[in-house]
Design a protein around this ligand. Structure first.
Ligand SMILES: [Cu+2]
Length: 271
């Protein structure tokens, strides 16, 4: 009888615990912000939530697109941003890198979960067009502020559970475990001292890491042979990012060249 009661209690506890855990997981999920990219504009929500947010970039265009976020001090405008861009100097005090989804191919999408500090944001796609004019010079940028926080209405989500991690350090990238095909949550951590990127690119048969690097080094003047596969832009040291991506079997490289030096890591996704 005691054994039966014990079994019953255990069963009741297990049966009760599952829905509660599921509810907590749902309550703890970061809000999704959908950015739809077209040639050459962004569709964005009216406001960005602040706190931990999952940004989903959906590419409805005919060229690859990305969504880099920059936080501007209040009163600063897109004109200030373009003036700074032309100086090719590190960002001034009124401008902060805030990451964002790295380029994806037409018809594809990628998610990144990160922390959005309340403020005034400029969302930019600077991908080079077929005519080698950057998309932001064709009008592909948008200014969006974070939603005013009202007392009692704020809900902060959490980061997805990460099974694999890409670490960026002074010596390059490292990946802690192999990536199998399917949907994967990959943590991105920058342990270096400079802002870097984690640009994931799929390498079709016959395309090598050097071909991708050459495309960047030669100023995007030739057709790109790798397929942009999402990842994280403007990865700030000490910040936490999680990239959620579907991987098909094949060869991939993760790249960064922001600080002037190439970092790259080739990895193979198995079945
Ligand atoms: Cu674009």
């Amino acid at each position: 009888m005691r054994a039966l009661l014990g079994f019953f209690l255990l069963f009741a506890a297990a049966a009760g615990a599952l829905p509660v855990a599921a509810q907590r997981a749902a309550a703890n999920r970061a809000p999704i912000v959908r950015l739809v990219a077209r040639d050459y504009s962004f569709e964005t929500p009216l406001w960005l939530p602040s706190g931990i947010v999952r940004i989903r970039l959906v590419n409805r265009g005919s060229e690859p697109h990305y969504a880099a976020l920059y936080r501007l001090a209040s009163g600063r405008t897109a004109t200030d941003f373009f003036k700074w861009r032309d100086t090719r100097t590190p960002p001034p005090v009124w401008l902060a890198y805030a990451s964002g989804p790295a380029p994806v191919a037409p018809g594809d999408s990628t998610d990144i979960t990160l922390r959005i500090v309340p403020g005034h944001y400029m969302i930019v796609c600077g991908y080079p067009g077929r005519d080698n004019v950057q998309h932001l010079d064709k009008g592909m940028f948008r200014i969006v502020d974070t939603e005013p926080v009202r007392p009692g209405t704020r809900s902060s989500g959490g980061y997805p559970t990460v099974a694999r991690k890409i670490t960026i350090s002074e010596s390059g990238f490292s990946l802690d475990r192999p990536v199998p095909a399917g949907w994967r949550e990959i943590g991105i951590e920058n342990r270096g001292t400079t802002v870097e990127q984690a640009l994931i690119v799929r390498l079709p048969a016959g395309v090598e890491v050097a071909d991708e690097q050459r495309w960047f080094n030669e100023g995007f003047s030739s057709p790109r042979r790798g397929v942009p596969w999402g990842g994280a832009l403007l990865v700030v040291p000490g910040q936490r990012y999680v990239v959620t991506r579907y991987f098909e079997p094949g060869r991939y490289v993760v790249l960064s060249r922001l600080a002037g030096k190439w970092r790259s890591l080739l990895f193979v996704v198995g079945r």
